[in-house]
Design a protein around this ligand. Sequence first.
Ligand code: PLP
Length: 407
Amino acid sequence: MSSLVLAERLARVRPPASLMARERAVRLKRAGHDIADLTIGEPDFPLPPHVTQAISDAASRGATRYTSTSGTIELREAIQAKFRRENGISYEVAEVVVGSGAKQLIHAAMGATVQAGDEVIVPTPYWVSYPDLVRLHGATPVFVACTVERGFKLVPEKLEAAISPRTRWLVINSPNNPSGAVYDAEELRALGDVLRRHERVWILTDEIYEHFCYDGTRTSSLAAAAPHLRDRILTVNGVSKTYGMTGLRIGYAGGPRDLMKAIEALLMQSTSCPNSIGQAAAVAALNGPQDCVREAVAAFSDKRDLLVSSLSAVEGVELTVPSGAFYVYLGVRQLLGGRAPGGGVLETDADFALFLLEHAGVATVAGAGYGLSPYLRLSFAGSRSTVGDGGRRIAEALSSIDGGSVG
Ligand code: PLP
């Protein structure tokens, strides 16, 4: 028997539902099954050529050493300029920290600021990692359901009702993973009016999908929409989604200097610094031509339309066309209780995800992982053919369900 004793905190984290679903899809593919994988939020486009060039230049000139923990000065200046140019926020270089992905920065922000007894407000549906990153550090996520009737968005009354004397943070994610909801400046200002009255509450705004907005939808950065909150906002962003650089692991954040120093203190005792080649690539991405971003957004808009058009004729599903990010959050409430062609009754969104995988060869993620059921998250970040195939297969499979509360 092993003498390994696991820390109690390990019991507070679960593997992210999206990664688990993806791994299952990959295993099936390796075993020779034909699977259309709509699980993962990873752009399919190649690195822009100037970014590839920057990687090879960085390697050739020996930029392969430790950098400062918060990131190279070149990258922090590029981020500072980006925040000013694209978001209308002015951060000093000392107010910018680079991490090994946005996820690491959220982890460090929680690690630096919360403990047992603290609460963090997490609107649902949420990105899978927020609750676990809160729990990992002993605090309690307080969920606020943001239903489809309100566009999956947090509204001021609900925010007000969720705030307690123990609230330390509110997490906002716009454009949202998994719902695709995008808050406009007016909606953010309305939330800001509530937060004005609660000076102890800080706000973590995750803007990593900021460029992925469709049909002319415009998003705003919270610190620009509600500048009076600036000194208690942590603006989190990164290059993973915008430039298709997920594996290079570079995220960044801007916020008040004392918070950034606290985050840096934790990074010093974890990764020491973000990967140096990735940082050089991020400088090229942020400072270089941005046509690649416009092209990516146009391609994603087209894939979104393709997926939505396959699903629009399916009876009994609740289809909300996402304004942003790269997911469709498909409601299956009316199909619950329906019978699959093999005879099994589909009671939960997890049953639907399994049914689609086994019956139709399409991998999706059940809404339970995002805190709002019964939904399926369908990513349209993959190739056009995968998205097209996936949409067709889902439509056929869901149409073959017998009964449910709709039938
Ligand atoms: N924030 C959201 C909302 C995400 O969906 C993701 C990745 O899926 C991340 C952060 C993580 O980004 P990074 O790759 O920079 O860690």
